[in-house]
Design a protein. Structure first.
Length: 322
């Protein structure tokens, strides 16, 4: 099991041999090891090359050799922990980090990685405790405050989440992810403050579909349909098959009485995601509004085939008399 990208808040200490730009790095390191098989740094270099090639099991074997010949190198244990995490072996990852912290109780990198692994394992208390240690040692560590904010968001503590995301922006005013998270938190409550944060997030990263969709949806929730349509259309320039944007554009057309246009958007949404129950139901509703009750019944039933308990389609069938 590989570690999802969004969990990689902290990069471990991975130094590749950048002196050789051409040729086979692995062959070069192997040749050096043949001459000096007990050199731990060469085993470490080999592990780095292997992990870059996604040969994680082989990389683990190499870093274990590095530790065999230099068993008090904190960086080796942290790197091994990262490899075990990528391989889905949380127990081994924890063990190596504990060893790193025994060797260096003030290792920010070890506590950071421990927080990351605990988050991955949904051990939020340990994750928060670990990241608190990082912040205690490095109060202006923007990544640590961001991760702490994310952890509090995951546990439903929006007050502390907001506090930490704002702290990130005090430290680094161009930290795009913090603007995005703040914007999405405010958007969830239909708070207009979300517009400012999400606008900044998309200005910093114009192709950030998540932030732009959050902004579009917030405009829609605030009944500013013109701006919502503008943002949805910008998303479609980036991703022409963005099903949620297509569905929402169709829904806005429904509100404006443009039923045929709406059906066209729902069709495009369903091309992108044939099991998109909301788009199927919305297509049924469009036909209902067009007084084409046979078609409406067909699509309400299709929606219920995907989700037998889908409330809107059940209510739609009731309205048209099944």
């Amino acid at each position: 099991m590989m570690l999802p990208c969004f969990l990689c808040f902290f990069a471990c200490n991975q130094k590749a041999n950048d002196k050789v730009e051409d040729g086979d790095m692995l062959a070069l390191v192997d040749a050096k090891l043949k001459k000096n098989p007990k050199n731990p740094e060469l085993h470490y270099e080999r592990a780095v090359v292997l992990q870059k090639r996604d040969r994680i099991t082989d990389a683990i074997a190499s870093i274990k050799n590095a530790i065999k010949y230099d068993d008090d190198n904190v960086g080796y244990y942290i790197f091994a922990a990262d490899l075990y995490l990528r391989n889905g072996d949380l127990k081994a990852s924890y063990a190596d980090l504990q060893k790193a912290l025994e060797l260096d109780p003030k290792s920010i990198e070890a506590y950071s990685k421990l927080g990351e692994i605990s988050f991955f394992n949904r051990d939020y208390d340990r994750a928060i405790e670990s990241i608190d240690k990082v912040i205690e040692m490095d109060p202006v560590n923007a990544k640590a405050h961001f991760m702490l904010g994310f952890l509090y968001k995951e546990t439903g503590d929006s007050t502390n989440a907001v506090r930490n995301f704002r702290k990130v922006l005090e430290i680094d005013p161009e930290y795009a992810d913090a603007y995005e998270e703040l914007g999405l938190l405010y958007a969830a409550h239909k708070n207009v403050l979300g517009v400012e944060y999400l606008t900044t997030a998309v200005n910093l990263r114009p192709n950030n579909v998540i932030a732009r969709y959050g902004l579009a949806l917030l405009y829609q929730d605030l009944d500013d349909y013109a701006k919502a349509v503008e943002e949805y259309n910008k998303i479609l320039v980036i991703d022409s098959a963005h099903a949620n944007s297509l569905n929402n554009l169709g829904y806005i057309d429904l509100l404006n009485g443009e039923y045929d246009n709406a059906i066209g958007f729902f069709d495009r949404a369903l091309e992108a995601n044939p099991l998109f129950v909301e788009a199927i139901d919305n297509k049924g509703y469009a036909y209902e509004l067009k007084q084409d009750f046979a078609k409406a019944k067909e699509y309400y039933q299709r929606a219920l085939n995907v989700d037998p308990g889908y409330k809107n389609s059940l209510e739609g069938l009731e309205r048209i008399g099944k």
